[in-house]
Design a protein around this ligand. Structure first.
Ligand SMILES: Cc1ncc(COP(=O)(O)O)c(C=O)c1O
Length: 402
């Protein structure tokens, strides 16, 4: 894949007619290294967030070997990664999916949130006792942009009963939860872990594993930035310390967004301007679903031409290229007031779930790809970025000397 020092350099060389996903695999590597260094347990990557082989390669290079997978196609892909340990963390699976995951791909780790699912797993694995069974418990979402609380998870007496039954069937019993994606405050994990503590006491089971899920935030706007990731880890460590579990209980997290959001930008062209509305060549049916439907305010910058000194900024909203009126991104996206048709915009930190949910409605949605060597537009990993910039300038200085 072609490499460019920045999105601006790419525009200079390509003048692309289609949207371009600019990949920064090094950013995925930095994020993975941060989690592997700072999270006191296993780090599994939530495969659904982005399955680009370039990002998977960077995560693997950083040391990620565990993957949260949710479907047979994800398992088929992830199983090709050398030494991959797969956890099938979807609480509702078809019988075929359980059977194939177990028999064809050697998966031994499954999530469930009902006795019916437990029965399905037992039947489709031939009563195998060598299983890690994770009971997905319901926890409240606090300050999450994408709460997941209503769909999955079991609570109260039902959860306690399920834990006891799963304990009898499993070699290792785990509890898993998800506080909701893009959770801005660490207290969400504190509350969730307190719920988990009550459940363990109520069920009276010994727990072998505890998975605190994903939900760790990325940075989309400088104003109102989430708490630093270290505060999330601290809240989790404190919460786990208060649980009635032994030393041997193994901790895991399964971030998606936090590992890959910064690792891609989307480069779009302005095809028309109407006042403060820009018609761009990708949108909600493409990689910008979250900007349209979840009110994500991605960072933006004009690229490919110099802005004039003192050029004022204006708040814009975006229309995507399809004919649908819901293909609209309210923003506000701050860009130079004189932006015009033919200009290009870099939309940053689109690596999580952007391309993963993009479709081809109306004949749009196709994109090109290139590697970008510069740093993400906004980062949750400032120390790692600084370190990598220092390394880069040392390398450049050595090249000049040579
Ligand atoms: C079971 C499970 N684990 C992990 C994730 C990743 O979450 P995030 O991207 O918020 O870290 C998800 C996302 O939906 C999920 O459903």
């Amino acid at each position: 894949m072609e490499r460019f020092p920045s999105a601006s350099a790419l525009i200079g060389a390509w003048k692309p007619d289609r949207p371009v996903i600019g990949l920064r695999p090094h950013a995925a590597g930095m994020a993975a290294r941060w989690f592997l260094q700072h999270f006191p347990g296993d780090v599994a990557y939530a495969y659904k967030a982005n399955s680009s082989v370039f990002l998977l390669g960077a995560l693997y290079g950083a040391g990620i070997r565990k993957f949260d997978v949710a479907s047979i196609p994800e398992i088929e892909d992830a199983a090709t990664i050398p030494g991959a340990e797969l956890h099938f963390m979807h609480p509702v699976k078809s019988r075929t999916a359980i059977r194939r995951a177990f028999a064809e791909f050697g998966v031994r780790s499954f999530t469930l949130d009902s006795e019916e699912e437990l029965k399905k797993i037992a039947e489709e694995t031939g009563g195998c006792r060598d299983l890690i069974l994770w009971v997905r418990v319901a926890v409240p979402s606090h300050n999450s942009k994408i709460p997941l609380e209503r769909k999955y998870g079991v609570a109260g007496a039902k959860a306690a009963r399920l834990l006891v039954k799963a304990r009898q069937a499993a070699k290792e019993l785990g509890i898993t939860f998800h506080v909701g994606s893009q959770t801005a405050t660490p207290e969400a994990y504190t509350t969730a872990l307190a719920e988990v503590g009550k459940l363990i006491a109520r069920a009276g089971v010994v727990l072998d594993r505890l998975d605190v899920g994903g939900g760790f935030p990325s940075l989309y706007e400088e104003d109102g930035a989430p708490a630093p990731l270290s505060a999330f880890v601290r809240a989790i460590v404190d919460g786990v310390e208060r649980l009635p579990i032994g030393e041997r209980c193994r901790l895991m997290c399964e971030p998606g967004r936090a590992l890959v959001a910064e690792a891609e930008s989307l480069i779009v062209r302005v095809d028309a301007r109407r006042g403060n509305e820009l018609f761009i060549n990708d949108g909600s049916y493409g990689t910008l679903f979250d900007a349209a439907h979840m009110d994500f305010n991605f960072p933006v910058r004009l690229i490919g031409r110099e802005t004039e000194a003192g050029e004022p900024m204006t708040a814009f909203s975006f229309w995507g290229p399809t004919c649908d009126t819901i293909d609209f991104m309210k923003g506000p996206f701050l860009l130079p007031a004189r932006i015009k048709e033919g200009d290009y915009i870099e939309i940053g930190n689109t690596g999580a779930y952007g391309r993963a949910i993009a479709g081809r409605f109306n004949g749009y949605g196709a994109f090109d790809e290139a590697i970008l060597l510069d740093q993400p537009m906004l980062t949750m990993y400032p120390a790692e970025v600084e370190q990598s910039e220092r390394r880069e300038s040392r390398r450049e200085a050595q090249q000049v000397q040579a």
